[in-house]
Design a binder for this molecule. Sequence first.
Ligand SMILES: O=C(O)C(=O)C[C@H](O)C(=O)CO
Ligand SMILES: [Zn+2]
Length: 279
Amino acid sequence: MEQRYATSPEHVPGMDTAELRGRYLVQDLFAADSINAVYTHHDRVVLVGISPATKPLTLGTYPEIRSEYFFAHREGGIVNVGGAGSITVDGDEFVLAKGACLYIGRGAQAVSFASLDDEGENGPAAFYLVSAPAHTTYPTTLVAPGQGTVRELGDPLTSNRRTLNQYIHENGVKSCQIVMGVTTLHPGSMWNTMPAHTHDRRMEAYLYFDLPPQARVIHIMGEPTETRHLVVGNREAIISPSWSVHSGVGSESYSFVWAMAGENQSFDDMDGFSIADMR
Ligand SMILES: O=C(O)C(=O)C[C@H](O)C(=O)CO
Ligand SMILES: [Zn+2]
């Protein structure tokens, strides 16, 4: 699995575009019939893309996590960003429509993935897994698309009207660390997470999806007074260290999976910045 070591904010001003992209942008998670993983040392989170196109895939372990099986001392949240698929966890099958979320608790041993409708309009299933170390076991739980806690945010007049679905969180599906959900921009709205924020207690990763092939999201990162941008395509992820803002504007409409891990699970524990204070 690819390793991305942790960075601190003073490294950012010295980075050129290629280094910024190499450290914070994850481009190749999804490839037909393969499982691709990236280990970020920011809160020891692992991002995995699982794409069972023509055959089922089984998640194995990796030398970098030194465990007999992937979930031996980890938990994970999974969102299906492709067509309908299924995940079998120690013999129990869960069917995930596009946008559904499955939490897998510590201790799950045999975990496999399959597509159920690889010729449908959304193509084969594409499972995005975000995993973090876990100290205990919470039940493996499925959430249907659009369920969980729904928050309506923003305004069409500021081009940031969006629906945020919280799936794994303090008052929803229980976990040790992972907080996870999906945000979908309304038609005509292009800005996510504006006004922007940081949360020095947690890292966060975004996976942009449902972005047309020719479109891009201009994602803003870095300390609020020293920002940089990354140009991001469909099904590409961003690693946001705890000190980094994470906000973006699309050239066309899109959704994204957001997931966090770290010191606390309090979604509203954010340090907000007005855009006038950003640089
Ligand atoms: O649209 C938004 O705003 C978000 O989805 C924000 C993320 O959920 C986030 O950054 C949580 O800390
Ligand atoms: Zn955030």
